[in-house]
Design a binder for this molecule. Structure first.
Ligand code: KIV
Ligand code: ZN
Length: 554
């Protein structure tokens, strides 16, 4: 990289706007959405979609609620052309959905495009030509006036052919994009757009769409907002226009640019699912819709089956959704840090009690709303705290560790996970818990236990394996547990201790119901140690829990 980048790169000039309005506005309703997955997204794929993949995606977009779908560039290839024909001839387009097609301002391409649309109910014909200084200079070698003439000529060619569609009952809306708008002088963008308007003659009753692409992000999103507000304020006949945004993501701010563009007065948004598109991608339309949703605004797009949508996307495009992609990524409802996990666990149980406004720390939305499961929320690695460990044991296996025991087992689990050097599954975590508490057999293992009571005095007779030797031991107390404690200390040679805390719960594993007992003992030195035991018999589960604690204390 250069020591002095200003020798090669320059800042983007400010937009001549005074008294800008957009910073103090808020977005209160969903824009008109247009998916460009099947065109802009498709053209950016190493292997573009075939007709059946495009049909698969079209159906999924309709299911999400898109009412405008740019289906392709029908003059560009046979696949694109025949896709249009199949959609129309097989009557696959619902009555409330408009298909949109892209075309350059060239006669042969316009002709083929019109042919591809015959018989459709309602269509948008989207014409574009490039307008930025670099495109004018390097790509076309044309003056501003010549570039305007390209647009004007293309607009006329389309207008002259419209009757071929309208006579058959097709409702046509026209769309113009000064491509590379955000890198174009706003005055020139206005001039060329007005030249197209002069040909198409939009009215408030029959508007045209003026799409203002951030073809390449060349500035901060506030600059794009200024450009949009400038056009909205200065262009003639604003009420005959639907102002549309089309952002890409070169500086990583495509979503911000779209949102600020909406504040600046735009009515419509073009984008793709998960941001597929040229280079760094198009706007991820899911993000903008879900951002509205998380503020309580109905987005008018439905992503309830996010996993199904991702599967469709990966199947049709061969792309994957990055794990950290907002809302859709695999890890976005996953907390690795212990303090986050703890806060989420508390927030989720708090929310479960009031079930009104979502206020769970670290989770912008309820994962259930988009078909994600709570058990995906927390996974455990060496950075996780006791909260995450407890959450996973409870959500996956119904094991409800007492709070104090969470504090004991959390660090033990963390150490083990740290040694493994990777994230662990719930099953592995349960295995660690079993090894630490349930499967302890030294120095004492239980072979047989029996207790009975007369007049409130219980006697237990059991056989233990102590240091590899089987022996019978006897003890008495005011209950089976007290009798067993007495047997261990007075007959089996265990160091003195008393039971400090006792908890039990039922646990269903497979078809068999079992009991899980947690016992905390206090040794003669005041040390507190937990033990756990599992058995189909609750009394035996408690006895095993006592032994587990004694074995661990030793
Ligand atoms: O990014 C862009 O400018 C485009 C246009 C064709 C609208 O995709
Ligand atoms: Zn684009």
């Amino acid at each position: 990289m250069l020591k002095n980048p200003s020798a090669k790169y320059q800042p983007f000039p400010a937009i001549p706007i005074q008294n800008r309005q957009w910073p103090s506005r808020t977005i209160t309703k969903a824009p008109i959405w247009c998916s460009v997955d099947l065109r802009d997204g498709n053209q950016a794929l190493a292997v573009p979609m075939n007709v059946s993949q495009k049909l698969d995606m079209f159906d999924a977009l309709v299911k999400c609620g898109f009412k405008e779908i740019e289906v392709g560039f029908p003059s560009a290839s046979n696949t694109e052309f025949s896709f249009n024909r199949r959609l129309i001839e097989e009557k696959r387009i619902p009555d409330d959905v408009t298909i949109q097609v892209l075309v350059q301002a060239r006669e042969d391409l316009i002709e083929k495009t019109v042919q591809s649309l015959i018989g459709a109910k309602q269509v948008v014909i989207h014409m574009y030509n490039s307008t930025s200084p670099a495109q004018r200079k390097y790509v076309f070698g044309k003056t501003k006036e010549e570039i305007i003439e390209v647009a004007r000529h293309g607009a006329k060619l389309i207008k002259d052919r419209l009757h071929r569609l309208t006579e058959g009952g097709t409702k046509v809306t026209l769309q113009y994009s000064p491509e590379s708008f955000s890198a174009t002088e706003v005055e020139f963008a206005k001039e060329i757009s007005e030249a197209v308007m002069d040909v198409w003659q939009p009215t408030p009753e029959h508007k045209m769409i003026l799409n203002l692409p951030d073809t390449v992000e060349v500035a901060m999103p506030n600059v794009y907002a200024d450009q949009i507000e400038w056009i909205c304020t200065n262009i003639k006949n604003r009420d005959s226009l639907i102002i549309s945004l089309h952002t890409h993501n070169d500086r990583g701010t495509g979503t911000a640019a779209t949102e600020l563009g909406l504040l600046a007065g735009a009515d419509r948004v073009e984008g793709t699912l998960f941001g597929n598109g040229e280079r760094t991608g198009n706007l991820d339309i899911v993000q903008v819709a879900m951002n509205l949703y998380m503020h309580g605004t109905e987005p008018k797009l439905d992503f309830s089956d996010m996993n199904g949508l991702i599967a469709m996307y990966e199947r049709t495009t061969g792309m994957t959704v990055p794990a950290r992609q907002p809302y859709s990524g695999e890890l976005v409802f996953t907390a690795f840090s212990g303090s986050h996990q703890d806060a989420i666990k508390k927030g989720l149980s708090g929310y479960d009690q009031h079930k009104t406004i979502w206020d769970v720390p670290y989770l912008t939305i309820d994962p259930h709303d988009i078909g994600r499961e709570y058990h995906e929320v927390i996974r455990v690695n060496s950075q996780s705290g006791k909260g995450g460990v407890a959450y996973l044991l409870e959500s996956e296996f119904g094991i409800e560790l007492p709070k104090d025991m969470q504090r004991e087992f959390g660090p033990i689990a963390n150490d083990l996970v740290d040694k493994l050097g990777r994230e662990v599954s719930g099953t592995e975590l349960k295995g660690m818990f079993w090894k630490e508490y349930i499967e302890r057999e030294t120095p004492f293992a239980l072979h047989h236990f029996h207790a009975d009571g007369v007049d409130g005095v219980f006697t237990c007779r059991c056989s233990l394996v102590v240091n590899d030797q089987e022996r019978g031991v006897v003890g008495t107390g005011n209950g089976p547990i007290a009798a067993f404690v007495n047997a261990l200390v007075s007959d089996a040679g265990a160091p003195a201790f008393e039971v400090a805390t006792y908890r039990e719960q039922s646990l269903s594993s497979g078809t068999e119901a079992a009991a899980l007992a947690f016992i905390q003992i206090k040794t003669a030195t005041g040390k507190l140690v937990w033990g756990a035991g599992v058995d189909t018999n609750i009394e035996l589960a408690s006895i095993k829990a006592v032994l587990s604690a004694v074995n661990r204390a030793g």
